[in-house]
Ligand binder design. Structure first.
Ligand code: HEC
Length: 111
């Protein structure tokens, strides 16, 4: 998939999901809600080679880095062995705490 298409996809999500992000903040189920809205685009079906939610084999080596490192990389964005992820998955409107709770949710579902 081309980067241009992915960038367009993410931009679309930023604009369409902004109000949902605000509602999700502070909610006990925030992690799942934030994931569903902002991260599942790639992490549900492995778009752009993203590790899929619940794919234990794909996540095992990544989880070894620990929550803090995974959160930091998710906030700043990073280029890994199989692809690249934009800062906050392309959702700059998310707070660092929201990204962290989404990472926590993804970890829980994938170990
Ligand atoms: C546009 C697609 C895309 C979106 C949206 C996206 N990611 Fe990712 N993510 C990726 C890709 C691709 C990788 C794997 C890159 C690699 O390891 O080469 C990845 C990897 C990760 C990793 C593993 C990091 C590591 O060190 O192995 C975490 C954690 C993560 N994403 C969290 C999130 C969170 C939280 C969100 C939502 C806020 C999110 N991602 C949204 C594409 C995306």
């Amino acid at each position: 998939m081309s980067r241009l298409f992915s960038a367009a996809l993410c931009a679309l999500f930023v604009f369409s999901m902004t109000s949902v992000d605000a509602k999700a903040a502070g909610d006990a189920k925030a992690g799942k809600a934030i994931y569903d809205t902002n991260c599942s685009t790639c992490h549900k079906d492995g778009v752009m080679n993203a590790p899929k939610l619940g794919d234990k084999a794909a996540w095992a080596p990544r989880l070894k880095q620990g929550l803090d490192v995974l959160t930091k990389k998710s906030i700043t964005g990073f280029t890994g062995k199989v692809g690249m992820m934009m800062a906050k998955g392309g959702h700059p409107n998310l707070t660092d705490a929201q990204v962290k709770s989404a990472v926590e949710y993804m970890i829980q579902q994938s170990k």
